[in-house]
Design a protein around this ligand. Structure first.
Ligand code: FE2
Length: 380
């Protein structure tokens, strides 16, 4: 039997759940999270009230629990609202939070060169089988990258990959861009040189959160792709040098791209981005577009650079990289807020032609989350 008690003159309740323990909730929080038809639209679940509609002196005047339904009466409204105990348990906030700065979300798994296998799937399977698509998207969310094999070898095929879960993000580089050797390249990505592992376009705000690179030809020698888990690299830096981690997360770097006529993209963001509660939420690392850092105090600049250098060394450490060579019809997707990608140098013999595009991670996560909702699965 669950039990409820009114605390602090009605400003909170203590809900004792069998086998769980006591969870406290505030009156203001409970009122704001009511699910009655006058508070939430029954169809889409959107909240119909604003914070101003809740009296600031709100109190719980009566409380009772029967089975899995908690019933609360609020004063001065005199309104009685029913709550599902399971929902309250799932949304409880009455917990200790012993977290290290730089913690990562539980659905993520950090990796290095020891990663057992590249998260992969067949293009045909993910296109026709929702279960297979869900499995692949789950891997992309968990590891921050994934590979698809056996796709069509045709111009623009990468758009079909983005369409599996969402939408491309068009930029000044177009809906998609070509990655192949060019004479007089305007961007180093288009030459045969190797590129240090990087995140793309840190000079945009917001950055593109996903990148897809799709192979159409790859007979050149070399040119393997590699990926590095930026969250793993930042976590390693934090373990070795907490002060360096702090410097790269508390000060903004600057990034800029002005390599084409009419384009001048600039952003001011840290290389290691944390949420206000210390969650590691993004990495920006790109030597080609790093601009002059001007937001670090004089007394901290040398230490900042030492931390930047060390982060680069960790990223370049072969123990961090997972590499693979793409064949025509194969592609990979990276979470560009987390996983860095790189290309090893390739020779002029043969050809290498990739197409790349950007897309948004919120669309991918939405598609996956919708597939994970039990009622949607039942309806599918
Ligand atoms: Fe890139």
């Amino acid at each position: 039997m669950h039990q409820v008690e009114i605390l602090d003159g009605g400003r909170a309740i203590g809900l004792s759940l069998e086998g769980v323990g006591r969870l406290r909730f505030h009156a203001i929080w409970l009122r704001d999270n009511a699910w009655d038809a006058a508070t939430r639209a029954p169809g889409n679940g959107q909240r119909l009230i604003t914070i101003a509609d809740i009296p600031s002196e709100i109190r719980i005047s009566a409380a009772g629990v029967e089975g899995n339904t908690l019933s609360l009466t609020f004063a001065p409204e005199g309104k009685t609202i029913a709550y599902d105990v399971g929902w309250l348990q799932a949304h409880s906030y009455d917990a200790e939070r012993p977290r290290t700065t730089g913690w990562t979300a539980p659905e993520l798994e950090l990796w290095d060169a020891g990663l057992a296998a590249v998260p992969s799937a067949s293009f045909t399977a993910v296109s026709s089988d929702r279960g297979e698509l869900k499995r692949w998207l789950y891997g992309v969310r968990r590891f921050g990258f994934g590979k698809l094999n056996g796709g069509p070898v045709e111009n623009g095929a990468l758009l079909k990959v983005a369409a599996l879960f969402g939408y491309i993000r068009e930029t000044n580089y177009g809906k998609w861009f070509e990655v192949r050797t060019e004479v007089n390249p305007s961007n180093l990505a288009y030459t045969g040189l190797g590129l240090q592992a990087h995140t793309d376009n840190p000079y945009r705000d917001p950055v593109p959160t996903l990148q897809i690179l799709y192979c159409l030809e790859n007979s050149a020698k070399g040119g393997e792709n590699m990926v590095v888990d930026g969250f793993k690299a930042a976590t390693r830096l934090r373990a070795e040098n907490p002060r360096g981690f702090e410097l790269l997360s508390k000060h903004c770097a600057r990034f800029e791209y002005a390599g084409s006529d009419g384009i001048c993209l600039r952003a001011r963001r840290p290389m290691i981005e944390l949420a206000p509660d210390g969650e590691l939420i993004a990495i920006r690392f790109n030597n080609r577009s790093a601009a002059a850092v001007t937001d670090v105090p004089f007394d901290e600049m040398e230490d900042y650079y030492a931390a930047y250098r060390r982060l680069g060394e960790i990223i370049d450490d072969p123990a961090m990289e997972v590499s693979f060579k793409l064949s025509p019809g194969e592609c990979f997707i990276v979470d560009n807020t987390r996983v860095l990608h790189a290309r090893k140098g390739y020779s002029g013999a043969g050809s290498r032609w990739l197409q790349g595009c950007y897309a948004d991670k919120d669309g991918l996560l939405s598609t996956l989350a919708a597939m994970e909702m039990p009622r949607q699965e039942a309806a599918a």
